[in-house]
Design a protein around this ligand. Structure first.
Ligand code: NAD
Length: 440
């Protein structure tokens, strides 16, 4: 099939790679001409394991191309995916500007009927708005056909996006059109060989499913963080509690890790957007408000531990930070808890020296040279002479550090383990003062 994907970010590029890998002819389009130029030269703008190889191989085999022209994207395809960003607006709602701009642009360029598929995470009712915007533009041009719009939310996880896309748990399709369902069934058939993964439903349920899934996961994390704060106060160890909870199959072990809060481009904005949708429909979603409030409080946790330990005065201290990305295996720093920590430390007059295997280019864009944050290529350069080390992202290379070396490098060694990856007993045996989340 000939497909176009509008928006070549994390979702657009992974989808483009995956769909071309199974034989479709895909055009990835983006409004950012510089990004497209780099992609055409074989430079992939984001870090995602396995993405670069898959993109370059499919491009070399002629199944994948990149363009900054919407007209070209429209001419290329019978199915057009929208995968542009839906960032949070000031009031917490999803900003649909990009999605609706694409809808209008499609209406301005389409010469024949097409299926538009909304892959961006969008509030309930957006697919209807996309259809209206595109059809309005078609009408203005005097065209006598209309577009069909289907919902197809994306469930990939950054860091494991390629395998999620190639082996999805489920493929959700929201449409009332039999024709659209048939076309999308055919398009996704290569991903559906092992067992039936396609879930077809009405458009609004499909749109809500994506938010429901993300808010469920965010709720699990916030509940665990709430319990970890309680564990600290009652003298319990949240890691023991976690194991005791997870052994119940109704609860399970996944997504119940306490830590310094969730970040990223999805959970924070999607929880807020769903809360906003609820309000628009006259319903106060109390649980969602609490999920967000707990997370915001938790993002300040590492700073509070340091502040308490150093008696409320962090000025002049050097703090080492390991991990900047919002989670391992990505360079994405959107709403990362590391940002809250770094901002708070710099505001208190501390200097910060940080390391991350992939996100330092992103960090350098956010913190220019004179901001007080220095970025170093080796984790142990960050800890040299530091007053404390804070672990913010649990990249595998941090799991078994040389604690002897850390002990020698820091005059009065202190570690804050924001992801509970180290054993308190082992770290303390090295003469290091150790703080974790919800652990004695
Ligand atoms: N990142 C994830 O893990 C993930 C997972 C599932 C769903 N989603 C959702 O998918 C959507 C995209 O997310 P992302 O992380 O890929 O975003 P992103 O910011 O990485 O990429 C969006 C791209 O869209 C481009 N764009 C903006 N306006 C455009 C226009 N008018 N025409 C063409 N291109 C345009 C931008 O230049 C950018 O490159 C969002 O709604 C997000 O919530 C993201």
């Amino acid at each position: 099939m000939r497909l176009s994907i509008i928006g070549s970010g994390y979702v657009g590029l992974v989808s483009g790679a995956g769909l071309s890998e199974v034989g479709h002819h895909v055009l990835c389009m983006d409004i950012d001409a510089g990004r497209i130029e780099r992609l055409q030269q074989g430079i992939v703008p984001i870090f995602e394991p396995g993405l670069e190889t898959m993109l370059l191989e499919n491009a070399a085999q002629g199944r994948l191309q990149f363009s900054d022209s919407i007209a070209e994207a429209v001419n290329h395809a019978q199915v057009i995916f929208i995968a542009v960003g839906t960032p949070p607006d000031e009031d917490g709602s999803a900003d649909l500007r990009h999605v609706l701009a694409v809808a209008e642009a499609l209406g301005q360029h389409l010469g024949q009927p097409a299926l538009i598929v909304v892959k961006s995470t969008v509030p309930v009712g957006t697919c209807e708005k996309v259809q209206e915007a595109a059809n309005r533009a078609l009408q203005t041009r005097g065209k006598d056909f209309e577009v069909t719009v289907a919902s197809n939310p994306e469930f990939l996880k950054e860091g494991a996006a390629i395998s999620d896309f190639m082996k999805p748990d489920r493929i959700v399709i929201g449409t009332d059109s039999e024709e659209a369902e048939t076309l999308l069934r055919e398009l996704y058939a290569p991903f559906n060989r092992n067992h039936e993964k396609l879930l077809c439903m009405d458009v609004r349920s499909s749109e809500l499913t994506k938010y429901a899934a993300n808010t469920m996961l965010a709720t699990k994390i916030s509940l665990m963080n709430e319990l970890s704060n309680l564990a600290e106060r009652v003298g319990a160890d949240i890691e023991q509690v976690r194991i005791g909870m997870g052994s119940d199959p109704r609860i399970g072990y996944s997504f119940i890790y306490p830590g310094v809060g969730y970040g990223g481009s999805c959970f924070p904005k999607d929880v807020r957007a769903l809360e906003h949708t609820a309000r628009q429909f006259g319903y106060e979603a109390e649980l969602l408000k609490a999920v967000e409030a707990v997370n915001n409080r938790q993002k300040a946790k590492a700073f509070e531990i340091l502040d308490r330990h150093f008696g409320g005065d962090l000025s002049g201290l050097k703090i080492a930070v390991w991990g900047l990305a919002f989670k391992p295996n990505t360079d994405d720093m959107r709403e990362a808890p590391s940002l809250n920590l770094i901002d708070a430390l710099l505001a208190e007059g501390a200097s910060v020296c940080a390391h991350d295997p992939e996100a330092m280019e992103e960090a350098a864009k956010l913190y220019p040279g004179d901001s007080g944050l220095s970025l170093v290529d080796d984790p142990y350069t960050a800890t040299e002479g530091a007053d404390a080390l804070v672990l913010m992202t649990e990249w595998k290379l941090y799991w078994a550090p040389d604690f002897d070396r850390l002990q020698q490098q820091m005059p009065l060694p202190v570690i804050v383990d924001g992801r509970n990856i180290w054993s308190p007993a082992i770290v303390r045996r090295h003469g290091i003062t150790y703080f974790a989340i919800g652990r004695p």
